[in-house]
Design a protein around this ligand. Sequence first.
Ligand SMILES: NC(=O)C1=CN([C@@H]2O[C@H](COP(=O)(O)OP(=O)(O)OC[C@H]3O[C@@H](n4cnc5c(N)ncnc54)[C@H](OP(=O)(O)O)[C@@H]3O)[C@@H](O)[C@H]2O)[C@@H](O)CC1
Ligand SMILES: [K+]
Length: 445
Amino acid sequence: MATLPDGALMQRAATGLATAVADLLGGVYGRRIVLLVGPGDNGGDALYAGGVLARRGASVEAWLLADTWHDDALAALRRAGGRTSAPRPLRAGAVDVVVDGVFGIGARPGLPPRVAEAVIPISSSIPFVAVDVPSGVGVDTGEGGGMHLRADLTVTFGTHKIAHLADPAAQACGVVELVDIGLDLPPAPVESLGEADVAGLLPRPRPDDHKYTRGVVGVRAGSATYPGAGLLAVAGANTGLAGMVRYVGSAAETVKQHHPEVVGPGRVQAWVVGPGTADDAEQHLAEAVADDVPLVVDADALGHVTAPLPQAVLTPHAGELAAMLGVERKAVEAAPLRHATDAAARFGCVVLLKGNHTGIAGERVRITTAGTPWLATAGAGDVLSGLIGALLAAGLAPFDAASVGSWLHGAAGTLASDGGPITATDLARAIPRVVQQIAVRHWGL
Ligand SMILES: NC(=O)C1=CN([C@@H]2O[C@H](COP(=O)(O)OP(=O)(O)OC[C@H]3O[C@@H](n4cnc5c(N)ncnc54)[C@H](OP(=O)(O)O)[C@@H]3O)[C@@H](O)[C@H]2O)[C@@H](O)CC1
Ligand SMILES: [K+]
């Protein structure tokens, strides 16, 4: 900022914001726009963007929701023909868009009563565009906590903030659009893999490979009561990413019928332990740990993790993590990243907390944004643990195996779903197709 003329970054931000609003509205002339304006530069961005839109023929009114505001930005809006007005209830169709410029990266979580009173009587059918973040969310934690606004589109600047990635705040952002304002940024404490990152991390078979050099993954899952969990964990492991899959458990007959290439007990480079193992979970976990290879611990086996497991990836959902940490499920859901990080420190390993945006805590934090809400279906977690096990067996470090596995799982869900419902079996079948698309796009095969 020191090297740029005063206000240059804000002008870039406001121009990007105005363009995004115009795109959303499909035009500017004659559109009716309300700006919710707070005391800081976030309100300044909204006011400057309002000025740009007013010049292009929009009717722009600013609701000043704090005792102070960005003076120069308000003057610019006025010069362009915009006006200020008092908050009023807005019925459906009363205006075309509301722009939330109340608080940005300077926000404390929660909303003052004056803002809440202005916003509550606005019809939920009017589109909201958040400037930088929906006001009131925990910008640097993704935690929801108190009251906050929700957006259909969030226009952010320079880089994504944790609130755009981590639930529950991420769910309040709608579609997130990043405007490049030319910042030079340090390494991020939280990362989100994209397809090219996954392409760089995925194990790639070499010409001199054979099945054993590509890694063998062992699956300890399923029981007489839950043979399906064993089958689905095997389906996730048996997607071609490792050289071979072994199965150990009481669903061996069913597994053999569905997966003729899967073999029985023997040496493995990684274990998957837990899905559907019921009463056998503790013994399976003890035997897998005794092998001293990396392992995925899921479902029934999670309750038997008491000591640190340095080579493990734990894959709980919110309820399982709550039980492991002795807290309420609600507490985990309100602050998933914090609880995953706590668990990673406590159990000395990588913790992958499943959710809308899955969080992976290890040496750093990664958040998976790939996926679809259709993935919330029985057995999808079993497929994920099998898949991560295969990546461990293929030689990825636990943190990479968990985050790459989670990304592939999300992408396979999206591909299989194509906008409609899916089963865990559809999901597993789509994994090789996702890998094939990555290979074609990024490896030049
Ligand atoms: N930096 C950059 O690179 C660029 C930044 N840009 C833009 O600037 C934005 C950041 O602006 P900002 O720093 O002025 O803070 P902002 O969020 O507007 O508000 C702070 C004010 O709100 C108040 N307040 C906060 N929470 C509150 C609450 N819950 N309840 C009540 N009051 C609360 C807070 O009060 P205080 O905490 O001081 O008591 C303070 O007065 C950023 O998001 C982006 O839009 C771009 O233009 C380009 C480049
Ligand atoms: K905002």
